[in-house]
Write a protein that binds this ligand. Structure first.
Ligand code: GLC
Length: 747
């Protein structure tokens, strides 16, 4: 193989930035679709498009090559982290935090096998799962991707998932039909960063850190995991993507891993001295495959040059290439295998979201429910008149969480994006009917007032909005959304007993809701088979779920609640037989709630929960999407999609609405090309022409715009940008600042 072809085996671009023609020209060894990438630029693409594109990549990578270069098929990796959930119609299993509550390795093995089959149906070969993080601070936005805070539980569950996905190492079926390559991630320390900050630093005695966060890896390696993904975080200040002692000496030397080490999304670019397109350091540290979503051409060129100039020894290049080839050999794709659609499971659409797979998911949902409180109302009585309230009750995107169809999940997704799925409400309605009772859906709880028959009991479904990665990072554990609390209190005031069903990616401080409800169920993020919740509520399945994370008593989060701040210990969970205990009201004070300033309107790639973005009357959930001449698209500033590009059609405008604190607006922004016509901003008073300010900013990188009443006349709860001509600018933060209320506006 030429150096160019060898290097191409180590470069992994995202499908959003390549075409089959690029694959034909460069012969990449592997490709991926990130959470927001779908075939042909459609992140909601139907299953058939996935298979069609997989065939096109296969054809391109197996086209004959000049001067005897060996033809090596490309393989495609995806984040099937709770089923093949990128794809409409696939079975969406509970996220790992719920699977941890099942404490059931055999169930998880079956989930892995079902997931592998559904991945094969769409023609893909490799999944970036399981996450075997040991999450130790629930403020981390990826807590729900962790099975447990206890490495002794993560270890068997991670190994079981790998075996389900890949088959049992050493057996005939290993990596054969119905099996895909798995990835143990993120090595290591992802769940141990200080303050739970995603991609942050893990600090402490290395041996002690490894005893917690690297503990699940020997079993994963023993299960024959095909790949390990390097973690974004640093260990005592050294980024894992450039950490030779840990990525080579430890992982290869001591743990004996012989498979492929794949980088995370431009993770190499975070290594000191590196950029996304130039980073020999990572290969020299032990990375084999660079996940380089956009800068693949430049990185390919720099790596080739670094091999040729001796920066990268040929032996190191060959070693990495050999690992990729061995993985492909084990997958059987070097032995003249046929294109994806011609493989045994390719295009077998009846297997995608099959009744058998959905039954496994429903079993997992039921086994993951954890009853935290039950003042004698569960199981529900047959024949009961039930009212189901909460906007989360009939909301499949919300019950699925992040990494579902899109990277962040939620947003503009609807049930239509999850064909075959059942909402929590749908399961309750069916169970009530079967038990000879009735159920009505009252999202805002108002139907009860209107309906003649007062319900015997109300089920209030509420919880976190979907998020993924750093977007879900929080500064404390206070659950702030008060929709569920208000509903629980309203029913209580009318003497109607209530059951709270709480959707969350982590334990949170919910003392107020626990006090207000007669029963409280931690439901986690159940996925497409919401009927599994009703199976427990109606007693069809015994509540065997037990917490795999301790539950906080105070709202601050971090280590504080761990030292005596635990409300429920890991392993806690009530059965039905538990004696009815008069629960003592929990303390409802939480300093974080009273200190809320609502300062950040947009930060870390996410709008604050009280803030909306609209293009005239078109809502732009999470500041993404388009409408009325506005397009809001995710872009990377400091991290994946932590900023937005706002594109205006002629005459278009975008408004941000949020808490009216009367404070100044500070906006981190960037202008690549000056406006072609007038741009104005309004905050409730007069429209101010900011064309000159934006023009001066052109090409000067990220800057800060300060908008105060000095130029706006007044600053309230609404900020509107309007452009007469086509224009685009980028935004990474919008914050309010009381102290700057009267300073001059600046750009
Ligand atoms: C993300 C995640 C990683 C995922 C990868 C590809 O940033 O950190 O878990 O596998 O990118 O989507």
């Amino acid at each position: 193989m030429s150096i160019e072809r060898k290097v191409a085996q180590l470069v992994q671009p995202d499908i959003g930035s390549i075409t089959p023609a690029d694959v034909r020209e460069y012969r990449f060894g592997t490709i991926l679709n990130g959470g927001n990438s779908g075939p042909y630029g459609n992140d909601k693409a139907p299953a058939a498009d996935w298979l069609k594109l997989a065939d096109e990549f296969w054809e391109a990578s197996t086209a004959p090559l000049e001067n005897g270069e060996p033809v090596i098929p490309a393989i495609w990796a995806t984040d099937a982290v709770h089923g093949h959930a990128n794809v409409p119609g696939a079975t969406v299993f509970p996220h790992n935090i719920g699977l941890g509550a099942t404490h059931d390795p055999d169930l998880i093995r079956r989930i892995g096998a079902a997931t592998a089959t559904e991945i094969e149906v769409t023609g893909l070969d490799w999944t970036f799962a399981p996450t075997i993080a040991v999450a130790r601070d629930s403020r981390w936005g990826r807590t729900y991707e962790s099975y447990s805070e206890d490495p002794a539980l993560v270890t068997p569950l991670g190994a079981a998932m790998i075996e389900g996905l890949q088959g049992k190492a050493g057996t005939a079926g290993f990596l054969g039909q119905g099996k895909v390559a798995a990835t143990a991630k993120h090595y290591f320390g992802d769940g141990g960063t200080s303050q739970g900050v995603d991609q942050g630093d893990v600090n402490g005695d290395l041996d002690k850190l490894m005893a917690i966060h690297a503990a699940p890896y020997p079993a994963a390696i023993g299960a024959g995991v095909a790949s390990v993904m390097a973690s974004f975080n640093s260990i005592n200040g050294t980024k894992m993507h450039g950490n030779k002692p840990l990525l080579t000496d430890e992982l290869r030397g001591k743990l004996g891993f012989e498979g492929v080490v794949v980088g995370d999304w431009n993770g190499h670019g975070q290594v000191t001295g590196c950029t996304n397109s130039n980073c020999a350091q990572s290969l020299l540290a032990g990375l084999d495959v660079y996940m380089v979503p956009e800068d693949w051409k430049a990185l390919h060129a720099s790596l080739v040059a670094q091999v040729k100039d001796g920066t990268i020894p040929m032996a190191r290049l060959d070693e990495a290439v050999l690992r990729v080839l061995r993985m492909k050999k084990a997958l059987g794709i070097l032995d003249g295998e046929v294109k994806p659609s011609a493989r045994p499971n390719g295009g077998k659409w009846n297997l995608l979201g099959s009744p058998e797979h959905r039954a496994i998911a429903r079993e997992a949902v039921a086994k993951s429910q954890v009853i935290l409180k039950n003042a004698g109302v569960l199981p529900l009585k047959p024949g009961a008149r039930i009212e189901v309230a909460g906007t989360a009750a009939d909301n499949i995107p919300q019950q699925s969480g992040g990494w579902s169809i899109t990277w962040q999940g939620g947003g503009d997704l609807t049930a239509a994006n999850f064909p075959g799925a059942t909402s929590i409400w749908g399961g309750i309605a069916e169970a009530a009917r079967t038990a000879g009772g009735t159920a009505v859906l009252a999202p805002t709880g108002s139907a009860a007032a209107a309906s003649a028959a007062k319900p015997d009991i109300a089920i209030v479904v509420f919880g976190e909005e979907p998020y993924a990665e750093f977007v879900g990072d929080r500064k404390d554990l206070a659950f702030r959304d008060e929709e569920g609390l208000a509903l629980l209190k309203a029913y209580k005031a009318r003497g109607i007993p209530t059951v709270a069903v709480f959707l969350s990616g982590r334990p949170l401080w919910v003392n107020r809701e626990l006090n207000a409800a007669d029963a409280f169920v931690a439901s986690w993020l159940p996925g497409s088979e919401g009927a599994g919740v009703a199976d427990v509520l109606f007693g069809k399945t015994q509540p065997t779920g037990r917490l795999s994370f301790a539950w906080p008593k105070t709202c601050e989060g971090g280590a504080t609640w761990r030292e005596g701040g635990t409300l429920f210990e890991r392993g806690y969970g009530l059965g039905f037989a538990a004696p009815r205990i008069a629960s003592v009201p929990l303390d409802e004070t939480c300093a974080a709630l009273t200190n809320d300033s609502g300062a950040a309107w947009f930060a870390n790639g996410r709008l604050a929960s009280q803030v909306q973005a609209v293009a005239d009357n078109a809502l732009l959930p999470d500041l993404r999407g388009n409408g009325n001449g506005i397009v809001a698209a995710g872009i990377d500033r400091r991290a994946q999609e932590d900023a937005r590009r706002i594109t205006f059609g002629p005459g278009a405008k975008i408004s941000f609405t949020g808490p009216d604190s009367g404070a100044a607006f500070r906006i981190a922004y960037q202008v690549l090309n000056r406006p072609a016509g007038p741009v104005t901003v309004t905050a409730g008073g007069k429209a101010v022409d900011i064309t000159q300010g934006l023009s001066v900013a052109e090409g000067k990188g990220w800057r800060e715009m300060v908008l105060t009443q000095a130029c706006l006349g007044s600053t309230g709860g609404r900020l509107t940008f309007a452009s007469a001509a086509p224009f685009a600018f980028q935004i990474s933060e919008i914050t309010r600042d009381e102290k700057a209320a009267n300073v001059e506006c600046s750009f």
